[in-house]
Design a protein around this ligand. Sequence first.
Ligand SMILES: Cc1cc2nc3c(=O)[nH]c(=O)nc-3n(C[C@H](O)[C@H](O)[C@H](O)COP(=O)(O)OP(=O)(O)OC[C@H]3O[C@@H](n4cnc5c(N)ncnc54)[C@H](O)[C@@H]3O)c2cc1C
Length: 438
Amino acid sequence: MSFIAELSQRMPQRVHAPGSPEYEAGAAVFGATGTPDAVVRPASAAEVAEAVRAAVDAGVPIAVRSGGHGSEPATAGLVIDLGELNGVELAGTDGLVHVGAGAKWGDVAAALAPHGLGITSGDTLDVGVGGLALGGGIGWLARTHGLTVDILREVELVTASGDVLTVNAESHPELFWALRGGGGNFGVATRFTFQAAPVDGLVGGHLRWEASDAPAVLRAWRDVLRVAPDELNGTLLVMPPLAPEMPAGPQLAVALRGSEADLRALLEPMTSLDSLVEESLGPVQYVDLLEAAPPGKPPFLFVGGNGFAPDLSDAALEAFARAVDREIPTMVLIRALGGAFSRVAPDATAIAQRDGQALVAINGILPPDASAEQVAAARVPVDEAMTFTTGKYANFTPEFGDESIGDIYPPATLERLRAVKREVDPGDAFRASHHIAP
Ligand SMILES: Cc1cc2nc3c(=O)[nH]c(=O)nc-3n(C[C@H](O)[C@H](O)[C@H](O)COP(=O)(O)OP(=O)(O)OC[C@H]3O[C@@H](n4cnc5c(N)ncnc54)[C@H](O)[C@@H]3O)c2cc1C
């Protein structure tokens, strides 16, 4: 009997074959659909363990899906779709929240909103808890509370041997360290416990400037960040001219936990620029800051990179501005870090680049059939700008492979991750998007 037939007998309600809606949903990732042999949708950690044990015994490849926004489509084997494990449960009055790995960050924000609480995570409603939380988590509260991994307190983890572990700093210190940034290489995370924090009293909104003033806006954003309290968060995006409905030029999405007067005072170096063309600031809810993901991958070839900028020096900002000012449409994204993010020790989690004052992502935007010459030309300003950054953020790095792994993790971090991998998954059952081999 085939592996899938046998698993279907053992877990009849949970195993889904091609053609069923559950299979289609589990095989889909952001912008693509895979062709796994089957999708299993377990309803408990024990069922995840049963599926893992069966797949490992049969030597069948496993792909783990939480929200589907960070993986390549599976072409064979078993997808473990955690969509049923999507509960969000406040555990008492101290802000600890249990979250199922298959929940979406939008669901988490909506469930915590009535309590005035939020979890530092991403900025997109549909992104899954599992992939983002295991890879780091940079979003709206990064300067105030750090990364998602920084407020992670415990993980329920199904290992390759089918054990269900409760992993925290006391029970399994090295494994807990690895789960905070090392991705899905160590097992299936079925439930996370996070420390939520108050997110009431937020003010924020959007500002936009004329495209020609990008260098001045970049400098002003840097100057704002240098003096701003941790409670200020935001992302500056410099858009190239792409389509009439997408205005080109610098635009800032910003939020402060504080008063509108304080926010306006902090942003004065930016709002006083004559090039300001749009400004809308006022009270906001954390849940409303999160946006829907685009329906699929935009029809472009992105040629780019990302990195942590330890110093937003004039030279760095000039390189970022030069990247935009080119014939090839290029966009620059500067996500504010520093603050609480930078007060975490580099070896406290697997995200080591804690001196980052911003995460910078630069992408040249080419037609899908761009020539090798066009790709090479698009790379030039990106590579120049990236010399002002260190490392890469795994969750923003769509290139999966050994070269990327070396860019994401400094050598000592990577060696430590491999040591944990050898301990908990020596047979390499879990080949995460960013795969760390034992
Ligand atoms: C539109 C969009 C917006 C984004 N915005 C942000 C943002 O604001 N901030 C940010 O930090 N990142 C952001 N990201 C990146 C995002 O964090 C990663 O793509 C992340 O991997 C998505 O998680 P997922 O659960 O949806 O993806 P999945 O594709 O389900 O998972 C990605 C990989 O993680 C592993 N994995 C997932 N769940 C588990 C689990 N429970 N146990 C073990 N391994 C698991 C698997 O290896 C899987 O291949 C964004 C991505 C997109 C596409």
